[in-house]
Write a protein that binds this ligand. Structure first.
Ligand SMILES: [Fe+2]
Ligand SMILES: [Fe+2]
Length: 273
């Protein structure tokens, strides 16, 4: 422990070091609330291996969310966003780091004898885009589209899950993701976040490319069977994707003056360009 830590501990009487405070916040609910010994109790070896792969993939998605959200909050700070926006954004980063942790714990608990790498995946950095445009693109793609979809897919995963511990973990992730998607829509409502006329067509072009990628991975009838340990069956996933896209995401983007329905129709065109 460094000298500052010792000083704080002496003055306060209780353990008020940064490390203790950080651990209290970070591990809350993770170690205490889940009985890892019951995880996947009914699985055979093949199912256990498939579930482990799924949770490793989910952990990597959460690692991407940490990086993307950290970049977005840094850009919002550079843009001069209000302090409550920055505080809310920092809370989202904190949530995503806990998600990495809990996904990693699920994967490890499914096969403690097999270690795996936790190095962050490669991420593109859109440093060449103008600052405000970077923020607009990230808010719309990462939060309004990504988090809204993620919330609905997690809900479907929870509803099809037949493992008690995994259901509890999904419930925790779901509670956070619903707040994350609201953060994006909230920013677009603020005076600073409101889209300008010249930004809307650029956002629509970005959306056409994003929709093409999402349609390929979520909208098709992928021949995967889903998993009762945390992934909805593929047909359910496809139906959820189309329902949330057409009933929620496209109308809400249209309400902000973005030609989102046209972007959906243009998705194949844009991908080919
Ligand atoms: Fe997350
Ligand atoms: Fe999230």
């Amino acid at each position: 422990m460094g000298s500052v830590g010792r000083w704080v501990r002496r003055v306060g009487g209780a353990d008020t070091t940064f490390d203790a405070a950080r651990r209290r916040r970070f591990v809350r609910a993770l170690e205490a609330d889940f009985d890892w010994s019951k995880l996947g109790a009914r699985l055979d070896a093949t199912e256990r291996d498939r579930a482990r792969s799924l949770w490793i993939a989910r952990m990597r998605d959460e690692q991407r969310a940490v990086v993307a959200m950290s970049q977005l909050v840094a850009d919002l700070a550079r843009l001069g966003a209000p302090l409550d926006v920055l505080g809310a954004g920092a809370a989202v980063i904190h949530d995503e780091t806990r998600h990495v942790d809990v996904c990693e714990r699920v994967a490890r608990a499914l096969d403690p004898a097999r270690p795996f790498r936790t190095t962050p995946p490669e991420m593109p950095h859109h440093g060449t885009l103008e600052l405000r445009h970077r923020v607009v693109v990230s808010v719309v793609s990462l939060l309004c589209v990504g988090e809204t979809l993620s919330m609905s897919l997690l809900r479907a995963a929870r509803d099809h899950c037949d493992d008690e511990v995994t259901t509890d973990v999904l419930e925790g992730l779901l509670a956070d993701e619903s707040i994350h998607s609201r953060f994006g829509w909230w920013w677009l409502e603020t005076p600073q976040g409101e889209l300008r006329d010249d930004e809307r067509p650029k956002v629509a072009r970005m959306l056409a490319r994003l929709f093409a990628r999402l349609d390929r991975s979520l909208g098709a009838e992928a021949p995967c069977v889903g998993d009762a340990m945390g992934a909805p069956p593929s047909l359910v996933r496809r139906d959820v994707f189309h329902a949330v896209l057409h009933d929620t995401i496209l109308p809400r983007l249209e309400a902000h003056g973005i030609a989102a329905r046209a972007a959906w129709c243009d998705r194949a065109l844009r991908e080919a360009a």
